[in-house]
Design a protein around this ligand. Structure first.
Ligand SMILES: [Ca+2]
Length: 201
């Protein structure tokens, strides 16, 4: 009997391990209706959770966004508008893509995704060092666009060396995520909504 239990246990553990490769890490889908305090918002962007503007449309991404999305608005006189961020602490090796759904508008613009990788051991002088890996994606017109960005597309903002890319399988952790909003015109407005921010394998 003990052997049978052990056998079942091994099968269960093996199945869980296989399942882990298919799992995902949801940063936020805003379905709780509030901008949780895990997010910090900075500079000239205002963020508010609003009803999904296209929840009644027959569109797979619009449907995946559920009832609520995060609306972002702001004005700028120098391209950059502002951003939002959250502290993470996840092992990049478990994921290979970052997903974000973006609801576009007439004002277009772009979004810069920033992944921070903490270098060095906790409790040492090295733990202050962070590498910032970035990628820029355009905000399109009205409707939802789903971006599924491979972690290998993120590049080091300091070196801009396209041969050295962030990838979790190289042992990278993701200590922080920031989303930066940039206007399409030097002086202008920025207006979009985001949803389903997650990491997938
Ligand atoms: Ca949602």
């Amino acid at each position: 009997m003990k052997k049978l239990v052990l056998f079942i246990l091994i099968i269960f553990v093996a199945a869980s391990a296989a399942y882990a490769r298919l799992t995902f890490y949801l940063v936020d889908n805003f379905e709780d209706g509030i901008l949780s305090n895990r997010w910090y918002v900075f500079d000239k962007i205002s963020a508010s959770v609003v009803p999904n503007p296209e929840s009644k449309e027959e569109d797979s991404v619009a449907e995946a966004c559920g009832d609520k999305v995060l609306k972002l608005e702001g004005k700028t006189s120098g391209w950059y508008v502002g951003g939002m961020g959250t502290i993470l602490g996840i092992d990049g090796a478990d994921y290979s893509r970052m997903v974000i759904d973006i609801y576009g508008s007439k004002s277009f613009g772009k979004i810069k995704l920033e992944l921070f990788e903490k270098n060095g051991q906790e409790g040492t002088n090295e733990n202050e060092k962070e590498t910032k890996w970035v990628v820029e994606i355009p905000v399109l017109g009205k409707g939802f666009t789903r971006y599924s960005v491979p972690l290998s597309a993120f590049y080091n903002e300091d070196t801009k060396d396209s041969d050295v890319v962030f990838h979790g399988t190289n042992g990278g952790n993701i200590s922080k995520l920031q989303v930066i909003f940039v206007s399409a015109t030097k002086e202008g407005v920025f207006d979009c909504a985001v949803d389903n921010i997650m990491f997938t394998f």
